[in-house]
Design a protein around this ligand. Structure first.
Ligand code: SAM
Length: 240
């Protein structure tokens, strides 16, 4: 969230810091990454994290059980060029003008949503957070999550939720309960980076749920489907 706060408030200064790190790595990118990783773990400075995100393997963030970033560098790449990163940071900051980055439980944010708002939730996937494959520091209680969603639905909150999916023949988590009356879409999300890391090729299909209030705001399920035009060169998405 500290990184998001800098992206929102001072994208140009953050781009300067990134450029300084990116240039300084050039004589020895491999050991420079390790040096910055240690500095990030000691200080939690957001620009160090941005550099690690740009250089780490498959952009797959990993922390050890003590909360220290422990993913390695992709030594075939140097990370986005400073000009590219600068443009991305500026565009992101502009697109999110007026947004606030808060460090708090999602429950509070969801409770404070008003009718004109649209809430997007991207929680830890059940299938990877409550199993031995601990990709996140803490899982999410499904029971409490479903209660909070029911409450938001009863208050006509418009929300979009990414939750679980399938890669190849492997399915992550159970679909959300039908009693919530969510519209369940299956979106093709490209090649699975996790499978690539494991030396396999698999395609990921993610679940995207829309709340009843959002679907009716968009003119009903038919209108929602009509808006979802598959991008070229991708397999046809499988709508539920
Ligand atoms: C799938 S990741 C979201 C990734 C994010 N959309 C992005 O693009 O960077 C899930 C996030 O939910 C956070 N999280 C877990 N439990 C939470 C809670 N109770 N309230 C708010 N956030 C939580 C995790 O720390 C993790 O960063």
């Amino acid at each position: 969230m500290a990184l998001w706060q800098r992206i929102l408030a001072e994208p140009a200064a953050l781009a300067d810091d990134y450029e300084m790190l990116w240039q300084a790595q050039l004589s020895d990118p491999r050991s420079y990454f390790e040096d910055i990783r240690s500095k990030f773990n000691a200080t939690h400075e957001p620009h160090f994290l941005l550099y690690l995100l740009a250089r780490c393997v498959k952009a797959a963030v990993r922390y050890n059980r003590h909360g220290a970033f422990n993913q390695g560098a992709d030594n075939r790449r140097l990370g986005a060029k400073p000009a590219t990163m600068r443009a991305r940071l500026a565009a992101t900051s502009k697109a999110l003008t007026g947004a606030m980055a808060l460090t708090r439980d999602y429950t509070d944010a969801l409770r404070s949503a008003d009718l004109p708002d649209v809430v997007y939730m991207d929680p830890p996937y059940e299938g990877v957070s409550n199993t031995r494959d601990h990709r996140y520091m803490a899982g999410l209680s499904r029971e409490r999550f479903v209660e909070n969603l029911s409450d938001a639905i009863a208050r006509d909150v418009s929300f979009i939720l990414s939750y679980d999916g399938t890669t190849g023949t492997k399915s992550y988590g159970k679909p959300l309960t039908e009693s919530l009356k969510l519209t369940h879409l299956h979106l093709y999300a490209g090649k699975s980076s996790q499978a690539t890391l494991n030396g396999n090729t698999a395609h990921t299909v993610e679940s995207l749920y829309l709340s009843p209030a959002l679907v009716s705001r968009l003119g009903g399920v038919g209108q929602v489907m009509a808006r979802l035009v598959p991008a070229e060169a991708e397999p046809t998405p499988l709508w539920a």
